[in-house]
Ligand binder design. Sequence first.
Ligand code: FAD
Length: 302
Amino acid sequence: SIVERISSHTGGTPFSVEFYPPRNEKEEQRLWRAVRTFEQLHPAFVSLTYGAGGSTRDRTVRIAGQLAEETTLLPVAHLTAVGHSVDELRGLVGSYADRGIVNLLALRGDPPGDPLGQWVKHPEGVEYAEELVRMIRELGDFHVGVASFPEGHYRAQDLDHDTRYLVAKLKAGAEYSITQMFFDVEDYLRLRDRVVAADPIEGEKPIIPGILPITSLRQVRKIVELSGSQIPGWLDERLARAAGNGPEEDRAEVRKVGIELATEMCERLVAEGAPCLHFCTLNFARASQEVLTNLGMAPVPA
Ligand code: FAD
């Protein structure tokens, strides 16, 4: 399981990476290049996202299967409840199990089209990720993780409710959580404190910080907007300065700031005892690899 993997890791803090299912042949080649690079760096696990409402269902299942069968990596397959009946969700879990995948990340997902729009449950589906955790656990010997939100989920009334719902997912049988990407380490530390205060037993479960090494201002603004969170003002200013005033942003300069920032965040997270560093790679190895190199966790890229 993921928790065994990260807790038995020796020699410093482990790391993990997130991929998304490629949408075409070119992206697929890029994914496999990143996979081969990361194989050399020995991540504790790799996770593979699932497209809204099952739009990537077949590809996610196929790629997760290939990761399990054709690489040395340990895959975690995401699955989302949105747009699926309980029967379909059971079938999906079965497809993963057929390919030897027992590590799943249980998510509710967002409404397709407009992720920040009104959430409508599938008439025969589930309302919250908590129910998905229960359903998966009832189906067999799966190891389940869930999402957590350092700044609180954008639909939660307040941070106390948000914490309560996270604890409920852990109590339902999730063994760990992976956070939404964030840019202020204090937010992560406060989340950890809230969970421990709300439930000391569930508070023992790993909260794995999600890190995005920023390589483009335009891209990070879009990603963050779609996730319903925010880039802190100081960071947006720092990135905007790096991007310059030209018609195109200065990608090299933004990337430099992005790698620096991710490195600083990771140093602090390691010092604060984070159980693992989870990199959102967008299927590119290079930026995460540079951060790992800065941290002394990977050799200098060739
Ligand atoms: P839930 O835990 O169900 O929470 C949803 C909302 O309901 C929250 O506001 C919560 O506070 C509230 N809530 C929870 N329980 C209750 C309750 N009992 N009563 C009242 N309110 C409640 N999306 C994808 O489409 N594909 C992916 O692969 C994917 N991977 C992700 C990976 C990570 C690490 C993270 C952090 C997010 C990922 N997402 C993905 C996005 C995720 O689907 C959205 O953030 C979604 O809006 C919330 O999902 P959840 O599982 O946290 O939902």
